[in-house]
Design a protein around this ligand. Structure first.
Ligand code: AMX
Length: 441
């Protein structure tokens, strides 16, 4: 790991020095204004975070260190005979800022293989939960049980110099990423496959081995996992899972504590749980309409019914994006290549034609287009993974790559405790009446 760690530190030191200079000269420059609506409505559009790993453009979608998803599919190293990027390569890119060589990617694969040991008490902790427990709850509990392994926590208690924080956060992050597929696969096999567990295969890459441990040996499914783990990894810094991991990290909580917190956010239906909600909603629609391939007219009626019941159409809309999510498009391309005749996948495409005009017609929805979650479930069901409650765990394993690479940056740049100001509504009213100068004028 030494080489990658050294490269990361060199890059981070360069950026840290530049930040010092920039703040010395321009620290008082204003970068925007904040309106009252933004304060009350989820802080949309307020720039308040620095995240190095990726950047989201409302029209174009995500870029990881400047590279779009199709560019990553072209430029990142693949598994032998495969055509999807290895997520190890994306992690390197997010962490170091440069495209990795093939050797770098293989190095990461073997480091994560070596560090993937999960202590028995973690499995025992999972076993203590009822099997009916939601997989995301089991996942978070397992991450918390793994926290006994945190080097940061041990070294901090023993007395750690501030300038060395980054190094132990880096080590913890690598260990955690290495261990997550084992933990997630254990939860999957425990809940859905009678607890018949599958040992890791040391010859496989990180995502391929994850597929193997869950019990999916088809090469196409491994390819899907490589794509899935790549495209779900990061979506700049303000989304709930990334922001939570970063915020908790600002208290110097160790990477296990931070990541578990982020995963609790991912488990919300407006964020990562949407992928299970999408497939559940499509299954219910098919059952309701008694057909595996509803017509567009039937879909339109079903969407209208969903909206009339005061529910959201899962998989559509986004807090930042204003176009079709390129992560949706990448999955659609995968579907066209591997399973163009699958009725469930075709239904996802028919929904894509039917839903945007309806949402647009409501007048209040800022983005009527599909997000990443609108497509993922149908691809998984195609290969036999129908247990949709597990889908957010897959999302979580992938998200670890982005949020933990970011956490390494946070510590290497020495970002301080995060502590924005809050106000009461009564105070806002006084301010509006000119009786309180909370913000001045
Ligand atoms: N179906 C129905 N109504 C929707 C909608 C949808 N898909 N998306 C937004 N709306 C509604 C909102 O609920 C809100 O209604 P209100 O004014 O009555 O409260 C109104 O449209 C305006 O919302 P917005 O500004 O366009 O969206 P937002 O930034 O507040 O919320 C999001 C974004 C994703 C939470 C929202 O679009 C949504 O609930 N989508 C469905 C759930 C989903 O797919 N989540 C996954 C997002 C991606 C991810 O994180 N994994």
């Amino acid at each position: 790991m030494g080489v990658i760690k050294d490269r990361f530190k060199l890059k981070a030191d360069e950026v840290a020095n530049n930040i010092k200079d920039v703040l010395k000269e321009h620290g008082n420059r204003k970068i925007g204004e904040v309106t009252l609506s933004q304060v009350y409505q989820g802080m949309r559009g307020i720039t308040g975070l620095v995240t190095e790993t990726s950047l989201l453009d409302a029209q174009e979608g995500i870029r990881f260190r400047g590279y779009t998803i199709p560019e990553l599919q072209q430029k990142l190293c693949k598994a032998p005979g495969g055509s999807e990027p290895l997520p190890e390569g994306l992690f390197y890119l997010m962490l170091v800022g440069d495209l990795p060589s093939e050797d770098d990617v293989h190095h990461l694969t073997s480091v994560w293989q070596r560090r993937s040991h999960v202590p028995n008490h973690v499995f025992a902790t999972i076993e203590a939960l009822p099997k009916s427990t939601h997989p995301m709850t089991q996942f978070v509990v397992a991450i918390m049980a793994l926290q006994t392994e945190s080097q940061f926590s041990k070294k901090y208690s023993a007395g750690l110099n501030k300038k060395d924080y980054w190094e132990v956060v880096f080590d913890d992050s690598m260990d955690l990423i290495a261990r997550l597929p084992r933990v997630a696969a254990y939860i999957y096999r425990r809940k859905y496959k009678n607890g018949e567990h599958i040992q890791p295969n040391g010859l496989l890459d990180w995502a391929g081995n994850f597929a193997h441990m869950m019990g999916f040996e088809e090469e196409d499914f491994k390819e899907l996992m490589r794509l899935y783990m790549t495209i779900h990894a990061d979506h700049e810094g303000g989304n709930v899972s990334a922001h939570t991991t970063h915020l908790v990290g600002s208290a110097l909580s160790d990477p296990y504590l931070c990541f578990a917190a982020g995963m609790n956010g991912l488990a919300g239906p407006l964020h990562g749980l949407a992928n299970q909600e999408v497939i559940k909603w499509i299954f219910e629609m098919r059952e309701d309409l008694k057909t595996d391939l509803p017509t567009k007219e039937q879909i339109v009626e079903y969407v209208e019914k969903t909206l009339k019941e005061g529910k959201v159409v899962p998989g559509y809309g986004h807090a930042v994006l204003r176009k079709t999510d390129p992560r949706f498009t990448a999955q659609m391309e995968f579907g066209k290549k591997h399973m163009p005749d699958d009725p469930l996948v075709q239904t996802v495409w028919n929904i894509y034609e039917a839903v945007p005009p309806i949402l647009q017609g409501l007048g209040k929805i800022k983005n009527p287009w599909p997000n990443v979650d609108a497509h993922s479930g149908a691809l998984l069901v195609h290969y036999g993974m129908e247990e949709y409650e597990f889908y957010t765990v897959l999302f979580g394993v992938s998200r670890a790559l982005g949020v933990l690479a970011s956490l390494c940056w946070d510590r290497a740049l020495g970002f301080p405790l995060e502590r924005p100001k809050s106000v009461t509504h009564a105070q806002v009213k006084l301010w509006l009446e000119g009786k309180d100068e909370i913000w001045g004028d």
